[in-house]
Structure formats: structure tokens, C-alpha cells
Design a protein around this ligand. Structure first.
Ligand code: SAH
Ligand code: SF4
Ligand code: F3S
Length: 471
């Protein structure tokens, strides 16, 4: 048993990051562990969490399990949890109740509790005392040990908690079963060292560490050979990519090298405004296959709150970067994340957020009410703002988000844009895909176009999507 520990999780040392190519190994006996058995993975988190699920799917298939969409029919249920806000917690406790019921009929179901929530001290303790029937609790650092944890679970019915609060290594060569045949997630960086005062991620994912450039480029080349059209480079602060590498190699270098593989579309998330270099701006503007779409979390428009958040930029520094991007790439779509109701956010602070939003007119924003995360510095800050007030602010902000989302979409009416068609749309006889700027388009076309990048004329505009026809 290994329990998480927040004080360990907080530590950052100068220790070298190890890269392992052989941590994940399975023998022939394990390859039939899942014979005639089915697995479901329920995924609750961000893109990194989604990609971890793809790795776990890859592992489960190598063990001989087959995928089952309905968790009520699965022999192994894996919860890949997220800890970013309270509502992520609530969803998971709800599902645990339903699994407990299923186990009354079938005690052989194996439950695996994985992901960021498992990295939280309080959660691990709760599982240990209140949910003893959960077979395996594992965190974000040891995906490679899933086979041995499952093997043990069949032998020994006792709960096994294996969560490590470590800075973390880089584990290469995990199997992967991707959800899409056209778009692929590619990790370029793990962890986070920014320690924004409200955020749990630096504690659940360990220190910021960059994958080696050669391993990333090799993965992208292989994806291209397999027919993938788009890669999204993943990290919590991709702009800081390379800062921890021995060689002098930056995010701008990586973007250029990935673009030069010739893959049709390159995307990247998330960009913290802090490390966005001019070199990066130039490279993004230079290559046609680096998509003109940037997600640039603002969090708040108030300098006072930004400081308390430990975001390391001011309102005017943010604006300067935003305008630089707009100038270099006038067609570029820019989206953001905003937290309302940070501890003691005043009306004036919130007005600053509305003001910058009105000035910058984002393409879209993901907006959240601040959620207190145990162990973070913000969790002990005094907060006298009522939830009701916070909800009202969120609603006011969302009205702006909708207004400008629609305005941004209206610019597309009558234009011809490139769309990667991904699959059937919810609507009859239509397919759907995304523009280079990440706008969702529904298109009247048959399914033979799926997996192709086509020219589409936009014929109708809605707040959240566009309608178009092939040209
Ligand atoms: N690394 C990214 C953000 C990852 S988390 C960045 O810094 O840009 C995604 C978003 O969740 C954040 O941008 C923030 O807006 C929101 N978030 C994080 N912690 C939160 C909390 N405690 N309460 C509410 N929203 C939060
Ligand atoms: Fe969280 Fe800040 Fe790191 Fe983003 S940069 S993951 S918000 S600590
Ligand atoms: Fe959630 Fe962990 Fe991602 S907390 S947002 S799954 S890094």
C-alpha cells in the first residue's frame, strides 16, 4: 500500500527526470488475463486525462480485455477521475454508488479508481474507510503498473492503494488505443510548476517535465504514416516546454520540427500567458499547418486577483500579448478560461474581468465558479462572497461569452474554410468537423467524406456552431 501525501506532492527538487523506455512490460501469461472479459473506462478530466484513458485502453487490450461502452456490462470498471473542481468529485461519488449496486449481483466486478482524484490525500483516505470494496486505487504516475495491480486483484480481494506523490518520471512506450483515427493527442510535457494558488494540478501531476524532442517527433511521424491528419500537443504549460531539458530546445523549436513532419494540422494546449515567446508567435504565423487557434487562459481581469492567484502577469501584460498575437495572425481564434468568485473578489474586480472581455472579444471562453481545493494556498484565503453572488456574476459573464461567440461566428458567413470531417453529426444526413480555427461545422455531405480535409462554404451561423456545404 502507498498513500498520497500532499507535503510530498508539493516538493520540487533539482533532481534529474528519468526517461524510461522499459517500465511497461507484460509476460505471455498476463496477455490472457482479460480473456472473455470486458472493460469500461469512464473519463472525467482534461485532454491529458483523456489521453491517459487511451493509454489505459491500450494496456487493457494487450491484456486481452475487450472494450464495452456500457459500464453496467463490464467486468472491469476504471474511473479516470479529475480533481480540478468540486463538481468533478460529485460525479464520481454518484457513479461509485451505482457500481456498488452492480456488485451486489456480480461480486466479481473489479473497480479501479485512477486519475487525479486518487492523488488527493483526503480522497484516498475516504476510499480506504468508506469504499473498501474499491479494488484498486492508483494515481497518475503509475499507469504502467495496471497489469500487475489487476493480476493481484484477482488473487487477493483486499483493497490495494498504490498512489505515489512524487515529482515523477517520463514513461515512454505505453500502449495506446486512440479514440479517433484522424486526430491524435501527443503528450509533450507532464506536470506543472506554476502553482497558481487555486489549482490542484501541481499536486496531482508532479513537476513540470518535458518529453525528449526525438520521442515526440518520432510519435508524430508514426501518426502521420498511420494516416492521422491532426496532432494536438498536450501539456499544462506547453509554452514552457524544453525549459527543463539539458539541450537548448524550446517550444518554438518543437513547433517548427513538428510542422516540418508535414502532418496536416498541428494544435497545442494549453498556453499559459507567462512563457509565450516572440519566437513562438513567429513560428505559429509562419507555418500553414500550425493551426491559427490559441487557448490563452486569462482567469481574471483584475490585477489584484491575478496577484492573489499567482498568475505572474498583469491585465496590461496580458493585453499586450493578446494584441501581438492578433497583429501577427489577424484570422487567429483566441479562447480563454475565466474563474469568477475567487476568494473576496469584489464587484470592482469582477467589472475588470467584464471590461477586458468586452475589449478583447474572445471567440469563446470556458467559465467556472471558483472551487476550493484542499491543500492549495487559496483554500485558506478568507472569502465573504456568497455563492448566490458568484452565480450571478457567472451568468453575467456568460452573456458576454455568448454574445461574442456569435459575433465571432458571424464573420464566417459566406466564407470558404477548410474542415477536417471527423464523423457523422447529430443531425440527419450530415457530417461534422472543425475549421482550422476550431469552429464546429455541420455539413450536408455523406459519410464517405469522413477522415478528409475539405473546403466548405459557410451557409448559416449559430452561437455554438456553423452550417456549411461542400464546394
Ligand atoms: N494549465 C492550464 C489550466 C488547466 S485547468 C492553464 O493554466 O492555463 C483548466 C481551467 O480550470 C483553468 O484554466 C481554470 O480556469 C480552471 N480551474 C482550475 N482550478 C480551479 C478551481 N479551483 N476552481 C475553479 N476553476 C478552476
Ligand atoms: Fe493549474 Fe496554474 Fe498549472 Fe494551469 S498553470 S495547471 S492553472 S497551476
Ligand atoms: Fe482534472 Fe487532473 Fe486534468 S485535475 S483537469 S484531470 S490534470
Amino acid at each position: 500500500m502507498n498513500l498520497p501525501n500532499i507535503n510530498e506532492a508539493r516538493k520540487r527538487t533539482k533532481e534529474k527526470v528519468n526517461v524510461y523506455y522499459d517500465k511497461y512490460k507484460i509476460n505471455d501469461k498476463l496477455k490472457s488475463l482479460g480473456k472473455n472479459k470486458k472493460y469500461t473506462i469512464l473519463t472525467y478530466g482534461c485532454q491529458m486525462n483523456v489521453h491517459d484513458s487511451e493509454n489505459m485502453s491500450g494496456i487493457m487490450e494487450e491484456l486481452g480485455y475487450t472494450k464495452e461502452d456500457n459500464f453496467e456490462k463490464a467486468d472491469v470498471i476504471i474511473l479516470n477521475t479529475c480533481a480540478i473542481r468540486e463538481n468533478a468529485h460529485n460525479k464520481v461519488t454518484g457513479i461509485l454508488g451505482r457500481i456498488k449496486k452492480l456488485r451486489e449481483d456480480n461480486p466479481n466486478i473489479i473497480t479501479v479508481f485512477a486519475g487525479c482524484m486518487a492523488q488527493e490525500e483526503g480522497i484516498a483516505n475516504m476510499l480506504k474507510s468508506k469504499y473498501k470494496w474499491v479494488d484498486i486505487v492508483m494515481g497518475t504516475h503509475n499507469l504502467y503498473s495496471l497489469p500487475s495491480l489487476l493480476e493481484n486483484a484477482y488473487k487477493d480481494k483486499k483493497q490495494n492503494i498504490e498512489v505515489y506523490s512524487i515529482e515523477g518520471d517520463i514513461i515512454e512506450c505505453l500502449p495506446v488505443k486512440r479514440d479517433s483515427k484522424y486526430k491524435a493527442w501527443v503528450n509533450i510535457q507532464y506536470g506543472c510548476d506554476k502553482f497558481c494558488s487555486y489549482c490542484i494540478v501541481p499536486y496531482t501531476r508532479g513537476k513540470q517535465r518535458s518529453r525528449l524532442p526525438k520521442d515526440i517527433i518520432e510519435e508524430v511521424k508514426k501518426l502521420k504514416e498511420e494516416g492521422y491528419l491532426e496532432v494536438t500537443l498536450l501539456g499544462q504549460n506547453v509554452n514552457a516546454y524544453g525549459k527543463d531539458l539539458e539541450e537548448n530546445y524550446t517550444m518554438a523549436n518543437l513547433l517548427e520540427d513538428v510542422a516540418l513532419t508535414g502532418i496536416d494540422r498541428v494544435r497545442f494546449v494549453t498556453s499559459h500567458p507567462w512563457d509565450f515567446s516572440d519566437d513562438m508567435v513567429n513560428v505559429i504565423a509562419k507555418y500553414d499547418n500550425i493551426m491559427p487557434y490559441i487557448h490563452l487562459p486569462l482567469q481574471s481581469g483584475s490585477d489584484r486577483i491575478l496577484k492573489k492567484m499567482n498568475r505572474r502577469y498583469t491585465n496590461s501584460e496580458y493585453r499586450e500579448l493578446f494584441n501581438k498575437l492578433r497583429k501577427a495572425m489577424p484570422e487567429c481564434a483566441i479562447t480563454t478560461d475565466i474563474i469568477v468568485g475567487f476568494p473576496n473578489e469584489t464587484k470592482e474586480d469582477f467589472e475588470e474581468t467584464l471590461k477586458i472581455y468586452n475589449d478583447l472579444k474572445y471567440d469563446l471562453a470556458y467559465t467556472f465558479i471558483y472551487s476550493k481545493r484542499e491543500g492549495t494556498p487559496a483554500s485558506i484565503m478568507e472569502d465573504s462572497i456568497s455563492l448566490e453572488e458568484k452565480e450571478e456574476r457567472l451568468q453575467r459573464l456568460n452573456e458576454l461569452v455568448n454574445k461574442y461567440a456569435r459575433e465571432a461566428n458571424e464573420k464566417y458567413l459566406g466564407k470558404v474554410v477548410k474542415v477536417l470531417i471527423e464523423g457523422p453529426s447529430d443531425k440527419n444526413n450530415k457530417v461534422m468537423g472543425y475549421t482550422e480555427t476550431m469552429k464546429l461545422v455541420n455539413i450536408s455531405a455523406d459519410e464517405s467524406y469522413i477522415g478528409k480535409i475539405v473546403d466548405v462554404k459557410i451557409t448559416e451561423v449559430k452561437t455554438w456552431s456553423l452550417e456549411g456545404e461542400l464546394v
